[in-house]
Ligand binder design. Sequence first.
Ligand code: HEM
Ligand code: HEM
Length: 188
Amino acid sequence: MRILKPITLPDGRLWRGRFDGLTRLLHWLTVAFVIFQFASGLSFETLEGTPTFPFLLMLHRTAGVALWLITLFRLCWRSSFATFPPFPIGLPHHMQWAAKLTEYALYGLLLLQPLSGLADTLLRGRPFALFLWTIPKLLPRQIEWSLFAHQLHEWGVWALMAVAGLHALAALFHHLVLKDDVLKAMLP
Ligand code: HEM
Ligand code: HEM
């Protein structure tokens, strides 16, 4: 990743620059996928037993695996060709650390959450639909471990909701209260 150098505008203000286009695209694509995962996952209870349920579960698994791949690609892009603005000048050290910690936690959760969902599915020991394929039974049915993976998946939902909520509120706080360009740097 390359950190941009702030430039001085003709009116004397400093311009930090923005995240590169692909980073911004991947960020908002991730947000759309996470919203879909929450919306689909949280409607499972209501839809269970209806003909819509298996189709929605297939979409949920597919989008979740796609999100995992997007996150891996995003991390590769971040560590190679991405360009990032520096932190706003004067942003206290503890706020820089809080932002970094939240963002690493988000990357961690985006990688772990699909894995607990996939483990839950595989440990049910049945064939299942993913993308356009039917994946055959890959593991013997181990219901206790499947329930454990399900429990991890549920905890992951709350953790992701809390950290992403905090992160979004922080971005809005920068925009509306501190009136800096933190949010603008990530907008499409
Ligand atoms: C970031 C990605 C994901 C998020 C945010 C997410 C979110 C959710 C939510 C909110 C639920 C409902 C939890 C509940 O029971 O109250 C759920 C259930 C579930 N998810 Fe995910 N999920 C993700 C990825 C995946 C993936 C990749 C798979 C499988 C390949 C998967 C498989 C499942 C299964 C099997 C259930 C339980 C369905 C049932 O009740 O039978 N999830 N998920
Ligand atoms: C599902 C929800 C979200 C997830 C998973 C998420 C994830 C992330 C991650 C991982 C980063 C770090 C980028 C990097 O350093 O590589 C980031 C940065 C950022 N996000 Fe989000 N985000 C979410 C929602 C939002 C929302 C709703 C907003 C705006 C209201 C937002 C605004 C920003 C901004 C402004 C940055 C750059 C922060 C900085 O300069 O350090 N995000 N996001």
